[in-house]
Design a protein. Structure first.
Lengths: 131, 282
């Protein structure tokens, strides 16, 4: 089995522990694949979320669009992106909102055009702790 | 008889599909990319197979976290484009090849020891339709039949790279034993380096990607021991999809003739690379 991925910085690996933590959060966001669910969510977000087994912090993070917090609470980006797309965000807007530096969508797009986030200095947690 | 005629490795970035669907090819951002894949389209015009076994991963479109098949084979007559949260792509319905798909299921499960999940209904997301758009642009109907092979890349544990490579080899044997006539292609899609999530979002590792393609084409056995931990670290959390290229490579003999290779970055948040390989034993 795979081990040793815990020391990759800024990365929420979708392993069993993450799956258990975020199962209901992700399953809730999965329903946004259906047009009638998107309409119901649009009509009353809090009422819609009441139909799922979310923890209070998970419910809050969804309502407040706290993108990194959703990941910390077990969210997976393929599921949280459905919420971002619902809001009209692109994947680059979402990337910007989660980025270590805190940047705008335009700044993120520029970073990508300039070659993306370099692998150098971004392989190990220890490299981030030094900076 | 049936034979595998070619393979292709390519990412399946959703924004490529959106650019094609919304006719953005001539825009400054997109022009270098679409210029670079013009030879891909030219090559495919003259090299249409009957059926593509298209290896891709579903991205929370058909499979949620409720049920997570490691390898899922599509057996249906047709597959609808999935609604991924913002309506389905406006692309043709994908026509299947149930005769060959059932033969693959029988051989791979009964004789080869690959316990596939068998799908009689399977909506297909950008992972499957974007590579078709890259190769065939905007036709009224796709010019080939497609057997979807969806691989779990979202939830660990994913099938090992070694297992993916072995599945490709088993697919080659299964195709060879099909009693009907077929020219078959196998496409491995996903990757290359990209990380969509977390504080490290935006990671690219073009040097790693270039070496991966080089080894995939000319020395694929050297990649067999590749781990997800290495792919996660070096190519980003979504770069792990490169494992699926090894199913394609395993389905072809060691001897291949590379027809075209092209790399470009960025495509949205992703490093793009494509290679087309012709079966060198035909």
């Amino acid at each position: 089995m795979e081990t040793g991925y815990q020391d990759i910085p800024g990365t929420y690996v979708q392993d069993g522990e993450h799956c258990r933590k975020g199962y209901h959060l992700n399953q809730c966001l999965m329903t946004l694949n259906k047009a009638h669910c998107r309409e119901a969510f649009r009509a009353d977000e809090a009422a819609y979320l009441a139909g799922f087994k979310l923890t209070e912090p998970q419910r809050d993070a969804i309502l407040k669009r706290q993108w990194l917090e959703m990941l910390r609470l077990g969210g997976n980006v393929y599921f949280t992106f459905k919420l971002a797309a619902f809001d009209g965000m692109t994947m680059q807007d979402l990337g910007a909102a989660m980025s270590r530096e805190g940047m705008s969508g335009d700044e993120f797009r520029k970073m990508m055009l300039d070659g993306g986030r370099s692998i150098e200095g971004n392989r190990y947690v220890s490299e981030w702790e030094q900076n | 008889m049936a034979k595998i005629v070619h393979g292709m490795g390519s990412p399946h970035v959703p924004s490529i599909g959106a650019a094609i669907d919304h006719h953005k090819e001539a825009e400054e951002y997109w022009k270098p990319f679409f210029d670079g894949i013009e030879p891909v389209r030219d090559w495919h015009k003259n090299n249409l197979p009957d059926t593509i076994i298209l290896v891709y991963n579903d991205h929370a479109s058909t499979f949620s976290l409720q049920t997570i098949p490691t390898f899922a084979l599509g057996l249906a007559d047709e597959f609808e484009p999935a609604d991924e949260g913002y309506g389905p792509r406006p692309v043709p319905v994908v026509k299947g090849d149930p005769e060959l798909a059932w033969h693959l299921a029988n051989v791979l499960v009964s004789d080869e020891g690959f316990d596939l999940t068998l799908c009689n209904e399977l909506d297909v997301d950008h992972g499957l339709t974007v590579p078709l758009s890259i190769a065939y642009n905007r036709p009224d109907a796709w010019p080939v039949k497609v057997i979807p092979l969806a691989v779990n890349m979202v939830q660990a544990p994913q099938p090992s790279v070694k297992r993916c490579y072995a599945l490709g080899k088993a697919i080659a044997r299964a195709v060879a034993s099909f009693p009907g006539e077929r020219n078959v292609a196998v496409w491995g899609t996903g990757g290359m380096s990209h990380q969509l999530q977390g504080e490290r979002a935006g990671l690219l590792n073009v040097e790693y990607d270039a070496q991966f393609i080089e080894d995939l084409v000319n020395n694929p056995d050297s990649l067999e021991g590749l781990t997800y931990t290495e792919l996660l670290r070096e190519t980003g959390s979504e770069g792990v999809e490169l494992a699926m290229w090894m199913i394609m490579r395993g389905a072809l003999p060691l001897e291949v003739q590379e027809q075209y290779r092209f790399m470009h970055r960025p495509v949205s948040n992703t490093s793009y690379g494509v290679t087309i390989l012709k079966n060198g034993e035909l």
